[in-house]
Design a protein around this ligand. Structure first.
Ligand SMILES: C[S@@+](CC[C@H](N)C(=O)[O-])C[C@H]1O[C@@H](n2cnc3c(N)ncnc32)[C@H](O)[C@@H]1O
Length: 279
């Protein structure tokens, strides 16, 4: 089959499955899976795809039409301009999470000690350390699979063996007390109700990364116990929040002082920064 017919047929097929960016997705899949760049495709549209290439590509496109996430097909995802390996068992980094990293790069004190709860792909901790090599980071996740991704991505991107300390832990459970300068987290925050209405693509991501159950607040409640054992007196807690839980999270942290609400480009509150000093 010629490349141009392959693109035409599959673009149509993908669009019918509701994939709006089908042409670009096809270019990305061809580049990643058979090393055929967009330039090659445009210069040589008559080139034939081999049977082996078709046997590799067609099942992937069928999977994509079942709304299997593109990033899992490509095996990678961009975050803060860095490339993270992703696959089943780990949350795909989201652009809104870059706000936590931006805050940390600008505000964390020199040589600060940072604890990340729920490191997943390692995107937050790795990007922070990449742009602020002076920071000392401890990464924690409750999922062994997620922690494997944190380790792999941090080592590949930072070109360093075990650049952080890693703990398999339910929040602070397995971490020795230490006065961190900041505890940061993008915790699972969807409620059971939200989980009934999620997009099909999210169904392929690990439920433990999306929802802690019930109201979606239990990991925030555990993180609020950071003080006094895991936070300096002037330490900060930097948290991503869901679009509808801002007030609930503020209530959970009512013993802390809210220092900043960071909004995304749509003006939605995405990150809350609290300080340990009593109100
Ligand atoms: C929303 S994902 C965030 C992953 C990554 N930090 C990011 O921003 O893409 C939440 C992560 O928290 C982990 N997690 C869920 N409950 C946890 C708990 N009680 N203690 C530690 N980690 C937890 C999940 O396994 C998942 O990797």
């Amino acid at each position: 089959m010629k490349i141009k017919s392959f693109i035409a047929e599959n673009e149509e097929f993908m669009k019918k499955s509701g994939i709006t960016n089908a042409r670009n997705e096809l270019f990305w899949i061809l580049e990643e899976k058979i090393s055929l760049s967009k330039k090659d495709i445009l210069l040589f549209p008559e080139k034939q795809l081999s049977q082996e290439e078709l046997a590799l590509l067609i099942p992937l496109i069928q999977k994509r039409c079942q709304r299997y996430p593109l990033q899992y097909i490509l095996g990678k995802s961009d975050f803060m301009g860095l490339v993270f390996e992703v696959g089943e068992g780990v949350l795909i980094p989201r652009p809104e999470t870059e706000l936590i990293v931006g805050y940390g790069i600008k505000n964390f004190p020199k040589n600060a000690f940072i604890l990340e709860i729920g490191s997943g792909s390692g995107c937050i901790s790795t990007a922070l350390k990449y742009f602020r090599p002076d920071l000392n980071i401890v990464a924690v996740d409750i999922s062994e699979k997620a922690l494997e991704y944190t380790l792999k991505n941090s080592e590949t991107i930072l070109k360093q063996k075990t650049p952080f300390q890693f703990y398999l832990s339910d929040c602070f459970e397995n971490i020795p007390p230490f006065p961190f300068d900041a505890v940061i987290s993008n915790p699972p925050y969807l409620s059971l109700n939200d989980m009934q209405m999620i997009d099909r693509e999210l169904l392929y991501e690990p439920p433990i990364a999306l929802s802690p159950g019930e109201e979606g607040l239990s990991v925030y409640q555990k993180i609020a116990k950071a003080r006094p054992d895991y936070l300096k007196a002037s330490g900060q807690i930097v948290l991503e929040i869901g679009y509808n839980i801002e007030e609930n999270v503020k209530k959970i942290f009512s013993d802390y002082r809210l220092v900043e609400t960071i909004r995304d480009f749509q003006n939605i509150a995405r990150t809350l920064v609290f300080e340990a000093s009593c109100r």
